[in-house]
Design a binder for this molecule. Structure first.
Ligand code: NAP
Length: 313
């Protein structure tokens, strides 16, 4: 039976360290603060934003939520983001996805000043992470998955990591982190058009799944002793349950637990780690403004003029 890796437990310890960092900055008069931009009233997005705000408060950080109407014009949204970029009290900005269809989400994400882009979605941060430059903010979910592997002392060196999914938010940055010098894993990325997915997943020493299809990975698709990280998060209606929905991962947890050496549950695995790494990035962004650690990003890239200047609180 697989060992269950609790992202909740790991998060608790890491967040205690983050709270200490926040308190130390407080002595310099800086309150690390995360702003969330929420467009519309998607119930799942509202829950995610509320959870992030609560997590901020629990470690002593500030949080601000900008609730914007579903039918907002793109220029108005840009204006709101520019305001946050220029606000020295705000150190991190996240735009909650998905956005309403009429909004060009790539352009919206690109509007966030890179030095406040604690989600790591701006192309500058994606590029810096890709070349292994620590100046780049790494997206929170892949950062959280790497932290789980490190915390649990899962060997990666020379191991075969198979990732199911190829998204920009989770899988691609994760592939680059796993294959980098240090972790030194051999990485296979799979996607919707991969032929015979099981032939790949069965080769994995570490299997990471980020698709959004509950039950996609079954026990016959993994080899004995594999470490399974399930990033999938799908709201599934449960007519019997209270509440009437539950969050499901991509892995058949019961079946795969019989074969794997270790596995993350959903909920309680990758989810809390994602929020933890978001807090960690926000603390880092605030430290950079304080000069506690220096950013070497050129001024032109950290934002100027109407894109907002580096904050100096
Ligand atoms: P996404 O952008 O929709 O990407 C899903 C990926 O899965 C795509 O690359 C897609 O392939 C691939 N895929 C779809 N069907 C497949 C199949 N049958 N076999 C193999 N690959 C398949 O989603 P995402 O943003 O990466 O998120 C993935 C999941 O992780 C979602 O459930 C999301 O809610 C969850 N998530 C959780 C957290 C957290 O904090 N726990 C954070 C982020 C995301 P193509 O590229 O070919 O379409």
């Amino acid at each position: 039976m697989a060992r269950i890796i609790s992202g909740t437990d790991i998060s608790r310890e890491i967040r205690a360290g983050i709270a200490e960092g926040v308190a130390a900055l407080g002595e310099e008069g800086i309150k690390p603060t995360l702003a969330a931009v929420l467009v519309g009233s998607d119930p799942a997005s509202e829950v995610y934003v509320r959870n992030k705000a609560q997590a901020c408060q629990r470690v002593g950080m500030g949080s601000r939520t900008l609730n914007l109407p579903e039918d907002i014009e793109v220029d108005e949204l840009f204006g709101a983001i520019d305001g946050l970029n220029a606000d020295p009290q705000i150190h991190g900005i996240l735009v909650q996805l998905p956005l309403p269809r009429h909004l060009p989400y790539k352009q919206v994400l690109n509007r966030v000043a890179p030095h406040k882009d604690v989600d790591g979605f701006h192309p500058l941060n994606a590029g810096l992470s890709f070349v292994g430059d620590p100046e780049g903010f790494v997206p929170a979910t892949p950062a959280g998955i790497m932290k789980i592997l490190e915390w649990e002392k899962v060997p990666t060196h020379g191991k075969h990591a198979v990732i199911v999914g190829r998204s920009l938010i989770v899988s691609k940055p994760l592939a680059s982190l796993l294959m980098a010098p240090g972790p030194n894993a051999t990485v296979t990325l799979t996607h919707k058009y991969t032929v015979d997915l099981a032939s790949h997943t069965r080769m994995a020493d570490i299997l990471i799944v980020a698709v959004g299809k509950p039950g996609l990975i079954t026990a016959d698709m993994v080899k004995p002793g594999v470490v399974v990280i399930d990033a999938g998060t799908t709201r599934v209606v449960d007519p019997e349950g209270k509440p009437r929905y539950r969050i499901a991962g991509d892995v058949d947890f019961e079946g795969v637990s019989e074969v794997a050496a270790a596995i993350t549950p959903v909920p309680g695995g990758v989810g809390p780690m994602t929020i933890t790494m978001l807090l960690s990035n926000t603390l880092e962004a605030a430290r950079r403004t304080s000069g506690a650690t220096s950013s070497t990003l050129p001024e032109a890239l950290v934002g100027s003029g109407k894109r907002g200047r580096r904050s100096s609180s």
